[in-house]
Design a binder for this molecule. Structure first.
Ligand SMILES: Cc1cc2nc3c(=O)[nH]c(=O)nc-3n(C[C@H](O)[C@H](O)[C@H](O)COP(=O)(O)OP(=O)(O)OC[C@H]3O[C@@H](n4cnc5c(N)ncnc54)[C@H](O)[C@@H]3O)c2cc1C
Ligand code: SF4
Length: 570
């Protein structure tokens, strides 16, 4: 059996960066196992039927999801997890979270790194890695020129309100393709090859970034890092392959859980398409299954399969939802037009970048959503009350997303909303900030991951976010303001799309799970050649959208393994 130089589990930010860098060092000797499917241009589902089946569910994982999740197996894009005080949304697919994320690339301010971060991992030491990632991912603000189609009313409204409130607002860098020439954007809808050879379309402003960009205008990882790994450095990528177990082997390649990895590992997987199980041998394993996936896999290896018994007792500790909080202002008197343009374009600072207050530090971003949602009509019904209409939409959407079932009422709900024409004056506030980062990821009695989130410890942050939303709503004379209904008493439940932690970097095994020493950066204490490269190694909430930081850290993990300094041209 072939022994790979490296097997990488997962193809999100950490996995794709690792694949590219390690395959450059060892061409043709790197394998990526990814549980989700590939999404070529135009393949992201859109019809109500296809959207309703675009979820991830494996019957054996059902205990991490609500009881009423249908028992049949689906390998769709959205993986939704329900827990006591924190739900989570992650992606399954080649490219991981980049397929559904909102493209924002944001470096946190220096003071974030002053508490809870290893000394070996200072802000200053990470600076060059942020620069490399920013260049590869093509981060830039939305282009500003005379073309009226590049005017985004939502951006203007958020900036206008920030100014009125004396808050700093700026355009954020987004990883979206507007052509290869930064100063002269390619005309909207025109296709060209990006600098790595993948074909992309200059963004068409459709606001569908969070459901998969069918024109490949998002700079998703399968169009840069992973594209180069496969096409230039011959990395093998196996979609629909779910890693089950990691076992150290002895000098004759036999499974031996008493070994510490010096002879390599065997990774067991299931081919979800064929329904067969198999295994591969590798000198090293990079676990990049995302914060929830990585913690679950390692916890199961330590506590259920007992193949990696020496992993630190700190595994699963210091989990953070990055302060995520969603709220809405409805029927404002200034147009926001949330269905136009990339889904996030600006951020307003609330004590994160300036006037830093650790307990109330967050940013407010403008969230858009697809126009097709507004036309998701199955019939017209009169709008008796706009709030009732919005409530119906939220209820139906939550049912669709969190219960994985279409109520069939979402069309009615949107038609009620549209009839009152409140969509144009609606603002969606996406806030994130410095929560306490004191959650725990642990296995339930079925051996599946669950989040224990002590939400009360982060109330000062959530209350500050609610105050900001109310103030914004007042400014635009919104008729209603409300937080995501999950937050309403007695649920007090957040939804995170930015889960980090659980395998945190540290200067000593006493404080974390993975090493922050530059020569073994990301290596799991107690195991040679076993690395974590994804959101799980981030030691605290970063306040900003986290992929810039995750990616910078993962470039550093790869540098430690390959002893090759990362470059912008891959
Ligand atoms: C709707 C949404 C919007 C977002 N917007 C932004 C944004 O604008 N900016 C930002 O910075 N962040 C954003 N994020 C967060 C961002 O997507 C994540 O922080 C990021 O993807 C995490 O990267 P990762 O490498 O840790 O893991 P992921 O990107 O989650 O990748 C993990 C991969 O591992 C695979 N996997 C899991 N388990 C296994 C297994 N056992 N075997 C094989 N494969 C496995 C998964 O299918 C997945 O592809 C957003 C997230 C969501 C959901
Ligand atoms: S706005 Fe539309 S075209 Fe542009 S990146 Fe988002 S989904 Fe793609």
């Amino acid at each position: 059996m072939k022994t790979y130089e490296a097997v990488i589990i997962g193809s999100g930010f950490g996995g794709s960066i690792s694949a590219c860098r390690l395959a450059k060092k060892w061409p043709g000797e790197v394998l990526v196992l990814e549980r989700g499917k590939r999404y070529p241009m135009g393949s992201f589902p859109r019809s109500p039927h296809d959207m309703a089946h675009n979820f991830w569910n494996l019957p054996e994982e059902s205990c991490s999801r609500p009881d009423w999740v249908p028992s049949h197996e689906v390998h769709g894009l959205f993986d939704i997890r329900n827990y006591d005080h924190m739900d989570a949304l992650v992606a399954a697919g080649v490219g991981g979270g980049s397929l559904i994320y909102a493209n924002v690339f944001m470096e946190p301010p220096d003071h974030v790194f002053e508490q809870g971060w290893p000394e070996n991992c200072s802000r200053e030491s990470l600076r060059p890695y942020y620069d490399v990632v920013k260049s590869v991912l093509g981060s830039r603000p939305i282009p500003q020129n005379d073309d009226p189609r590049r005017r985004i009313p939502r951006t203007e409204l958020f900036q206008e309100v920030a100014k009125e409130m004396g808050r700093d607002s700026e355009l954020v860098d987004i990883n979206v393709f507007f052509g290869n020439d930064f100063d002269h954007p390619t005309d909207i809808g025109v296709q060209e090859e990006n600098r790595f050879g993948a074909v992309q379309t200059s963004c068409v402003y459709c606001a569908e970034c969070d459901v998969g960009c069918n024109t490949h205008s998002k700079n998703t990882l399968d169009l840069n890092y992973l594209y180069v790994a496969e096409h230039r450095y011959r990395a093998e990528v196996l979609p629909e392959h779910l890693a089950l177990r990691i076992v150290p082997v002895d000098s004759s390649a036999k499974d031996d859980s008493t070994e510490n990895g010096v002879h390599g590992y065997r990774v067991y997987y299931v081919d979800l398409d064929a329904g067969t199980e198999g295994s591969v041998l590798a000198k090293r394993v990079i676990v990049s299954a995302g914060t929830l996936g990585t913690n679950e896999l390692l916890l199961r290896c330590r506590d259920v399969d007992k193949t990696l018994p020496s992993i630190s007792a700190n595994l699963g500790k210091r989990f953070s939802g990055n302060g995520d909080f969603l709220s809405f202002a409805v029927e404002g008197d200034r147009p926001s037009s949330p269905n136009y343009g990339p889904v996030i374009t600006q951020r307003t600072d609330y004590n994160l970048f300036e006037d830093f207050k650790r307990d109330e530090a967050f940013i407010l971003e403008d969230a858009g959503y697809p126009a097709f949602a507004g036309w998701y009509l199955s019939g017209a019904r009169p709008a008796y009350s706009s709030l009732a209409a919005i409530w119906n939409i939220v209820k139906s959407t939550l049912a669709l997303w969190f219960q994985r079932k279409s109520t069939g009422r979402i069309g009615y709900a949107f038609s009620e909303w549209l009839a009152g024409d409140v969509s144009t004056g609606t603002c969606v506030f996406l806030c994130m900030g410095l929560d306490r980062g004191n959650g725990t990821l642990e296995l339930d009695k079925e051996g599946r991951i669950r989040i224990d989130w002590p939400y009360k410890d982060s109330l000062s942050l959530y209350e500050a976010i609610l105050r900001a939303g109310k103030e914004f709503s007042k400014r635009i004379n919104a008729k209603h303001f409300f937080a995501l209904p999950n937050w309403w008493f007695p649920l007090r439940k957040n939804v995170t799309v930015h889960a980090v932690g659980g395998c945190i970097l540290s200067d000593s095994p006493d404080d974390g799970v993975t090493s922050a020493d530059p020569s073994s950066f990301g290596q799991v204490y107690g195991y040679t050649g076993l690395f974590v490269a994804d959101g799980a190694i981030v030691p605290t909430a970063v306040g900003a959208n986290p992929t810039a930081t995750i990616s910078a850290l993962c470039e550093r993990v790869a540098e430690g393994i390959t002893e090759m300094y990362p470059n912008k041209d891959l």
